[in-house]
Design a protein. Structure first.
Length: 90
């Protein structure tokens, strides 16, 4: 499967399914590593979403999905108080 076509999906208890394309997930992953931690409302700032992924779709529930996926992909990413993501030292 080409990089651009890869997606990660989360089904919430409500039954709603959100899918995040890898090409959107990756820039947020890189930004998290650059910053070391990221509050859960980081993507609610439309300028962050626009700068990282070129759009503002992640200002609501899909942004939470993105934050739910990252810790599943990388054991160094931990979810802390208030949903803050933190990269633990190697």
């Amino acid at each position: 499967m080409p990089f651009a076509a890869k997606k990660y999906s989360v089904r919430y208890e409500s039954g709603r399914l959100y899918s995040i394309p890898l090409h959107d997930l990756y820039p947020v992953y890189v930004e998290l590593y650059r910053l070391g931690s990221m509050p859960r409302n980081y993507l609610r700032n439309a300028s962050n979403g626009e700068r990282l992924v070129g759009h503002t779709r992640y200002t609501h529930a899909p942004g939470a999905t993105l934050f739910a996926i990252l810790p599943e992909l990388d054991d160094r990413i931990q979810v802390g108080e208030g949903g803050r993501l933190t990269v633990s030292p190697a």
